[in-house]
Design a protein around this ligand. Structure first.
Ligand code: SF4
Ligand code: SF4
Length: 459
């Protein structure tokens, strides 16, 4: 049995009181019951609560799991919970308050988040929310997620693969292209706005090293086998000898740029045969066909980019990352070259389930960026994109603290990924790639069930 990959989490306290969903209120008519509803809170919220004079808040909201037991059990109905107005103000329609507060909790404790409030819908939406994972194997005890007896592997391979091997007698006749494995299907990227924040960069890179994964990097100061130097197409490319992989980033899928990148990749491969060369492409209507064209010409690793909401930019903002990954995967399958190519994709990865969903759409690995900032207490106000100062001073964090928070977030995501795969009956993440038989798409189901009766919906 392979050695079990495990991420060790240690609590990393928040620097600021996290914004919480519900605040507690209490009318002054306590009956003094012996069996007080407050004492029955299994999370000991009423024991742990304190008034934080520095921030003028009652800390109970940070521990409360919104199960409403105390509200329901109070004999005189004097306890109630109110929606915290500050909670409704954080984030945006994609990085919702629920996502942000859950990520903070995961970065703090490194555990799978618990919510006692149930889920009252909606059960479908846009982006990743119109996709459901099939958890029908959840009852099989041997594959039972993190506590199961069978090892569930989260390793992936990165690089070009040959479609077949050729032999001269007993001798292998092919030159094997460069390839390496990572124990986690996740690579890090530093969001553009944080590119000059030294503490953030160090935290991301140290966490990548600790987790045995990789981090994309635009500067030339950072070196090491855990760094993927990223070059623009017009830059002089001189990779450090320690790099396993480099990326050539293109602003668009325009024909001349693609030809130039292909030529450049061919030249670098000749001078550095052990280096994996990845071509970075923004998502657009041409991405899938560009990947197929390059893959047919022996380029084997791609990184598909979306913005912080998982969408293309400018006139390509209607495209969402999961659809483009799906289209790319199908295009490569149609040419019978899917197994020769590695697809990495990122942008808008805000939850552990997004990792599983994007892989099920056809990505080999997922690139995580803004979620790492959220682990460092980002509120996704996006004011830093306008070069405004950060309210929570992420630019001034201690890199050691930041490393712990990112490792904790990944510990939680790793456990959740294993849980999802266990429930799907899959023992390795490589098998999840493109496994759309284990997921359902709302649009497909709706069309199948209702289009014959009501006609096709115009989206
Ligand atoms: S709502 Fe639930 S978790 Fe929150 S304080 Fe009441 S009993 Fe505890
Ligand atoms: S300004 Fe700070 S809190 Fe707002 S998005 Fe930027 S890093 Fe996050």
């Amino acid at each position: 049995m392979p050695e079990k990959y495990h991420i060790h989490a240690e609590p990393a306290e928040p620097r600021y009181q996290p914004v919480f969903k519900l605040s507690s209120t209490e009318r002054d008519q306590c009956l003094g019951c012996n069996d007080c509803a407050k004492r029955n809170c299994i999370y000991d919220v009423y024991k742990k609560r304190e008034f934080l004079s520095s921030e003028l808040v009652d800390s109970s909201g940070s521990f409360c799991k919104s199960c409403m037991r105390c509200v329901q059990e109070c004999k005189n109905n004097i306890l109630s919970k109110l929606l915290n107005p500050e909670y409704t103000q954080i984030g945006n329609s994609y990085w919702t308050p629920a996502i942000l507060t859950s990520l903070w909790q995961q970065a703090h404790a490194g555990k799978i988040p618990v919510s006692g409030a149930g889920y009252d819908g909606p059960f479908s939406g846009t982006g990743f929310d119109d996709m459901w994972t099939d958890m029908s194997e959840i009852v099989r005890p041997t594959r039972d997620g993190i506590h199961g007896r069978e090892y569930i592997s989260t390793s992936i391979d990165i690089g070009t693969k040959l479609d077949r091997l050729h032999f001269n007698g007993q001798e292998l006749a092919d030159d094997l292209p460069p390839m390496f494995s990572l124990p986690l299907p996740i690579i890090f990227d530093v969001p553009r706005q944080a590119g000059t924040w030294r503490g953030v960069k160090q935290a991301v890179q140290q966490a990548a090293r600790k987790l045995q994964t990789l981090a994309f990097c635009d500067d030339r100061e950072s070196t090491g086998s855990h760094i993927i130097p990223r070059y623009s197409i017009n830059e002089k490319i001189e990779p450090d000898n320690s790099s396993k992989m480099i990326e050539i980033f293109l602003e668009s899928c325009e024909g001349q740029l693609i030809d130039k990148a292909e030529k450049l990749a061919g030249e670098i491969s000749k001078s550095k045969p052990g280096l994996v060369i990845c071509i970075g492409l923004p998502i657009s209507k041409n991405t899938a066909q560009t990947v197929v064209k390059l893959a047919k010409n022996k380029i084997g690793t791609f990184h598909l980019y979306a913005n912080h909401s998982g969408r293309g930019t400018g006139s390509d903002s209607d495209y969402f990352i999961k659809e483009i990954v799906r289209e790319t995967h199908r295009g490569l399958l149609a040419e019978s070259i899917r197994d020769c190519v590695t697809i990495l994709a990122g942008g808008g990865i805000a939850m552990a389930e997004h990792v599983a969903k994007l892989i099920a759409c056809g990505a080999d690995g997922v690139v995580v960026d803004n979620a790492l900032l959220v682990a460092l207490e980002c509120r996704m106000c996006l004011e830093c994109l306008e070069e405004e100062p950060c309210h929570v001073h992420i630019d001034a964090i201690d890199p050691q603290w930041g490393t712990k928070r990112i490792v904790n977030l990944l510990a939680s995501w790793h456990s959740q990924l294993i849980e999802v795969m266990g429930a799907m009956g899959l023992r390795e993440v490589r098998r999840l790639r493109g496994e759309t038989g284990r997921v359902m798409f709302f649009r497909d189901l709706e069309e199948e069930c209702y289009a014959p009766i009501f006609g096709k919906r115009v989206w």
